[in-house]
Design a protein around this ligand. Sequence first.
Ligand SMILES: [Zn+2]
Length: 406
Amino acid sequence: MRKAVLVSLDAFFDADFQYLAPDGGLSRMIREGAVCRQVKTVFPALTYPAHATLITGCDPDQTLIGQNQPFQPDTPPGARRWYWERKHIAVPTLFDAVREAGGKSCSILWPVGCKNPAVRWCFPEIHLLPGENLVVKTLTFGSPVFILASEARYGFLRQGIKEPGLSNYAAAIAAHTIRKKQPDLTAVHLIDLDEMRHHHGTFSPEAVEAIHRNENRLAAIRQAIEQTPGMEDALLIAVSDHGQSDISITVDLTAGLKKLGLSDDFGVQSNGESAYFFAQREDADPAKAIALLQKHLAKNGIQRLYSRQELDRLHAAPGVAFACEAADQVVFSDGLDENKREKATHGFGPGHSAENCLFAVWGRGVRAGIELPEMPMRDVAPTIAGLMGLSLPSAAGKDHSADILG
Ligand SMILES: [Zn+2]
């Protein structure tokens, strides 16, 4: 098996190539390696569904990760559980394939990656629910010895979970683990850019600075690969999960349903720039609800509605009765305080201007300067498996590794 380091640049999309520094970490990867600038994200364009697809090669209808969180209408937003644990993904992952081949993996802040028996060194991505303790939860959801050693060495780099400290920390642990342990697969998730976009806007100066910081982190990880005996053959792979677009109007769909007399029949889960509707009663009629909402699109900030048949064609998660996508500048309220309002977000559907994600590969034998045509996100994992010489037969996507290695 060939080693790989997989770096996820959360919220990077094709409009960002213009901001890359000519000699930055990503520019160099692209110049000396292969790139696809049009990896079409999943529906809805959210971090957890996208990362589950990136690591399995299956769409949300098979991973069963259709949102960041399960639908919990009766729980206040701040107390809702997320799909934190590996067990929530219904199909095998690249980590499983590495373990089956006798290898060891490291995952750092990788979404839906906690409590993963296939991962030797896990620093978990979690959030705290009311009454929970950060230390206890982190140690329980990840690998305690690895976490404590990481904290002792690099704890000074972060202030809680604030960015850019957290991503600096994650990249430092990744580089150190590469040098000390040479994992077969190292997967690290950098949230810096996503956070800056939410808070300051899609193309804010803060977001552009985060792109440059991510380039520096990629360069530092590449240096660790190049300087470590045993990593000579390793591949450096950069991916992303969705872009973002600016928002300025918050729409409460629950109130909208109430006005139309539909609130007893359907519950709403906001995906940011789209929303899911779940049937609350057995006789709830999605066709009737769609027809009613169709007459009141503008009032509810809706650009388009998706029937269950359309969701099936998009490989969206099961259980959702129907869905809608937000109009330009609109975000669907998730019940959070107005003062937590963001400047940009995601969660949109296919065809959106921020749907084109990144897949870049650099390493020995990779054809330099290769530009791959557009591909669905489900193609990424089987291609990584192909590059590493692993078997991932459960993947629904295509393996493009032969085009990359020539
Ligand atoms: Zn994300």
